[in-house]
Design a binder for this molecule. Structure first.
Ligand code: HEC
Length: 176
């Protein structure tokens, strides 16, 4: 088939088989794959890019603080920090106080979709923790995320309990 139409068909077949190969290689087994987060502004999307491959904070807060978690109700929560275990350990037993530049992300799932992304970013070393706060939420798996209009002092006002009770610098979840 050397007619222009024939060449076009051969090309189309090649493109189709490449697409199949790409789809097959990006299987759902790859838990670290970055999920799509429509509506999250580029600056924050960049900040948390690749968070699924960051270090998990998988140890929940102490029992006396667990009730405060109703502020973030969800079927499933995953928490990650953009630091290595070694970097945290160098800062002491609990890895705190966190260094400026530390980012903690929480992914909240409801049913089978990501309902919210909460981010705390250490912007300065300070007595009040020095964290900057933002949370994005959506109503369904196909809706875009919207920023919750809650002030940082609202978030911080509760997260200081992590410092008071656990001495974990405003972060409730801990390293296992
Ligand atoms: C009434 C208390 C309360 C308020 C208000 C609150 N949080 Fe939290 N947050 C918690 C608790 C308790 C946890 C740990 C348990 C859990 O994940 O549900 C937590 C966990 C987190 C985590 C995971 C890291 C960690 O500290 O364990 C992030 C990120 C987070 N919250 C962000 C926010 C942001 C952003 C806001 C404000 C929009 C906010 N939180 C408001 C209580 C609160």
């Amino acid at each position: 088939m050397s007619t222009p139409t024939g060449r076009l068909l051969t090309l189309a077949a090649a493109v189709a088989s490449t697409a199949v190969a790409v789809l097959a290689s990006a299987g759902p087994s790859d838990a670290a794959r970055q999920p799509a987060l429509p509506g999250i502004p580029a600056s924050d999307a960049r900040l948390i890019d690749g968070y699924r491959s960051w270090l998990p904070l998988a140890r929940p807060p102490v029992a006396s603080l667990a009730g405060l978690g109703s502020a973030h109700s969800a079927d499933r929560k995953r928490i990650y920090v953009n630091r290595t275990r070694a970097q945290l350990r160098r800062r002491g037993r609990a890895g705190v106080p966190h260094a400026p530049g530390t980012v903690v992300v929480k992914e909240l799932r409801v049913d089978d979709f990501i309902e919210a992304i909460a981010i705390m970013r250490k912007t300065r070393a300070s007595a009040d923790g020095g964290w900057t706060w933002v949370e994005y939420k959506r109503s369904s798996g196909s809706a875009p995320f919207r920023r919750l209009q809650l002030s940082g002092s609202f978030c911080n006002g509760c997260h200081v309990q992590a410092t008071r009770v656990q001495r974990t610098d405003g972060v409730f979840w801990r390293l296992r």
